[in-house]
Design a protein. Structure first.
Length: 247
């Protein structure tokens, strides 16, 4: 078998695995991740397999029960490794930048304040770079909106400690207005994504606007599950809505 034929066969197999992975990614991320990992076994620098593999692993982690800390952390760690490889190959492409920002941000959410602050500046930078590369990337706008939300949720004391001990200089640039703006943009760009509406509702609740939150939470009930974690997000929306109705 000639070298050219081997290259052609490998390219055909890569295309087939990527196509299968894309088809499975939304609702069967574990199976999708296997396809992307098979591509990476033969070419660890393949950009699409790296960023799509990272997002598939993040989606797997997000769908896990709350007590799955060790497994979840290991998935985020591998996702980060894949996403970093994609960014090295395509440093100005929106999807790799978003995948790395998501892996870093979601992975830090369950850590202590020191780790969250250390990661915060990088997440913000990656989100801004992704938006600069593609202003219509709803995920990147969500990532930036979530960054503002998480920083604004810190108490004044926590922010003081963060700046003093961990050098959290970017924290001063966070605002509730920016959190709402970016998440509204994400909803406008992809109106049936449950996660966008859920986090926008959280911003409204945090800023004492329950009626606005209720509008977005109630809409979630009629939306389809588009990713595996939507079952989890839907439950979270139901709990928030029930709490508001009980007041």
């Amino acid at each position: 078998m000639t070298l050219l034929l081997l290259v052609m066969l490998q390219a055909t197999q890569t295309d087939s695995l990527l196509q299968e992975g894309r088809r499975l990614a939304a609702l069967r991320p574990a199976e999708a991740a296997v396809r992307f990992e098979r591509v990476l076994l033969s070419d660890s620098t393949q950009v699409e397999a790296n960023w799509r593999g990272a997002i598939a692993l993040i989606d797997r982690a997000e769908a896990l029960p709350a007590d799955s800390g060790r497994v979840r952390d290991s998935l985020f760690a591998v996702a980060e490794r894949y996403a970093r490889r994609a960014v090295r190959e395509r440093p100005d492409a929106a999807e790799p930048l978003f995948a790395l920002g998501l892996a870093r941000g979601q992975g830090a959410l369950h850590r202590g304040i020191g780790e969250r602050v250390r990661v915060a500046g990088e997440v913000r930078d990656l989100a801004l770079r992704a938006i600069a590369a593609d202003s219509t990337h709803d995920g990147a706008h969500h990532l930036l909106g979530r960054w503002h939300y998480e920083i604004m949720r810190l108490s004044g004391f926590e922010r003081l400690i963060a700046r003093t001990l961990f050098g959290g200089r970017s924290l001063g640039q966070a605002s509730w207005e920016a959190a709402e703006r970016e998440l509204r943009t994400a909803v406008a760009l992809d109106s049936t994504r449950i996660y966008h509406r859920l986090d926008l509702a959280r911003v409204f609740l945090a800023t004492h606007r329950p009626d606005s939150a209720r509008v977005y939470l109630e809409r979630i009930a009629s939306l389809p599950n588009r990713v595996a974690a939507d079952t989890t997000y839907r439950r979270e929306a139901e709990v928030l809505l029930a709490n508001q109705r009980g007041r």
